[in-house]
Design a protein around this ligand. Structure first.
Ligand code: FAD
Length: 407
């Protein structure tokens, strides 16, 4: 068994950003990162891949290239937690002890909850921007479809990037309008939820695009089964089950806490996510455990944008706890969702807990509730660069936490 001062579970957006942020503040800190994957993905880019704007490989880098120097990378999956003993167990049965644990293994895509889906993904017109290998297939389908019915589904909350199901649809519609075939394609948005978007200020701008593209908006409809060869999808609706034929189906899978977290003492009873205080991001029962990113129970929009703010907050709070003090920084629930309403324009949703609007830039520069070209430049040019060179390196542009001084 090894002991490390800090152990981080997950080398995704949250794990790497937090490690980098900790090392910026305390360069000699002993950090181990538990991460089984050889690849690190910039998932926000997958919407752009599905829309034919980015090539898939620009969203993927070797994990080794994003691991901060001076961290120890443990190339394995975490399996169980023993927080009473300040210890966790890896999949191969070995154990690691820690003084402080940070849990950030993301969210699990539960493809298996939709009957018949897994065996037809990537074939028969069934696709999803939620997987690296499938996002290019979305663009293939969009490029070649000339007529018929295209269905875009959205599962019940919570999901990462709640706007992504409709982003895929708007970019597809824009491409079809461009080619002059939109009139021959029946586009349906079938959403398990009861509203188009959860923060009402953004809905009017989105509705303008729903109308402009002639999208049939169907709420309270949950995808439960897909028959690939027959090209039919079955939805559970308030009136019962409905089976409809499709030519293209873009699926967003139901999303749940990773099983090994949900089954552990760290889980929140109802949700299975890491049970953290939404303000300090510290575990509610284990004072030397923190959680952040998509795996956290905090009710923010699960986005990389949220991680950009959370990582420095966890870093300063974790260092305070290692020093025997209380957390010193508060998280306001900031998250962001750049809604790609057409190629070249974005409705930039930015909001915190309770749906409070939290624009990063002055509204005269970018009014987030309206489609803007500058927001598109932000998403297509600035944000990927900020992700790789800022967030993952511990540079905290527009994300420096307010640290409370001792009373
Ligand atoms: P992830 O980045 O998913 O990383 C989790 C890591 O944990 C992975 O590397 C995984 O291998 C590792 N892991 C899993 N299990 C274990 C284990 N047992 N042990 C150790 N490690 C483990 N966000 C935005 O801000 N803006 C957007 O426009 C946007 N669009 C999106 C579009 C799509 C299609 C998708 C899929 C996501 C989008 N997001 C967007 C969301 C964003 O990608 C996530 O919120 C972000 O990646 C969360 O970071 P994370 O570190 O919590 O999880």
């Amino acid at each position: 068994s090894y002991t490390h001062e800090v152990v981080i579970i997950g080398g995704g957006a949250a794990g790497i950003a937090t490690a980098a942020s900790l090392l910026k503040r305390r360069p000699l800190l002993d950090i181990a990162i538990v991460e089984p994957s050889e690849h690190h993905y910039y998932q926000p880019g997958w919407t752009m891949v599905g829309g034919g704007v980015f090539d898939a490989p620009v969203t993927c880098r070797p994990m080794a290239s994003v691991m901060p120097k001076r961290t120890r990378w443990i190339r394995q999956a975490a399996a169980t937690f023993q927080p009473e003993d300040n210890q966790l167990t890896l999949r191969d049965g070995s154990t690691i002890a820690y003084r402080l644990l940070i849990v950030a293994p993301g969210i699990r895509l539960a493809w298996e909850q939709i009957e018949g889906l897994e065996q037809t993904l990537g074939r028969n017109g069934v696709t999803s921007n939620y997987r690296y290998d499938l996002a290019p297939y979305t663009w293939n389908l969009v490029r070649t479809l000339r007529s018929g019915r295209a269905i875009f589904s959205q599962p019940p909350m919570p999901i990462k990037c709640a706007g992504a199901p409709q982003k895929a649809m708007y970019l597809s519609c824009d491409a079809w309008a461009d080619r002059g075939v939109l009139g021959d394609i029946d586009v349906e948005f079938r959403n398990a939820g009861g509203v188009l978007f959860g923060v009402k200020e953004y809905v009017p701008a989105l509705m303008e695009y729903v109308e402009k593209y002639g999208i049939d908006l169907k709420l309270n409809q949950t995808l439960v089964a897909v028959d690939g060869p027959a090209k039919t999808a079955t939805f559970k609706t308030e009136a019962g089950e409905e089976t409809v034929a499709f030519d293209m189906l873009h699926v967003v899978p139901p999303q749940v806490a990773p099983t090994f977290v949900a089954d552990s003492p760290l889980a929140q009873a109802e949700s299975g996510f890491v049970d953290i205080d939404p303000i300090t991001l510290r575990h509610v029962r284990y004072p030397n455990v923190f959680g952040l990113g998509d795996a956290g129970s905090s009710p923010n929009a699960k986005t990389a944008a949220a991680v950009r703010k959370q990582a420095p907050i966890v870093a300063v709070n974790a260092l305070a706890v290692l020093d025997g003090k209380q957390p010193v920084a508060d998280y306001d629930g900031y998250g962001s969702c750049p809604l790609t309403v057409e190629r070249g324009k974005i409705v930039l949703a930015e909001f915190g807990y309770g749906g409070k609007l939290l624009p990063s830039l002055p509204t005269w520069l970018i009014d987030g509730t309206r489609p803007r070209r500058l927001s598109w430049l932000l998403k297509s040019e600035a944000l990927p660069w900020i992700y790789w060179n800022g967030m993952l390196k511990g540079h905290e542009w527009l994300a420096r936490p307010q640290v409370k001084t001792a009373a």
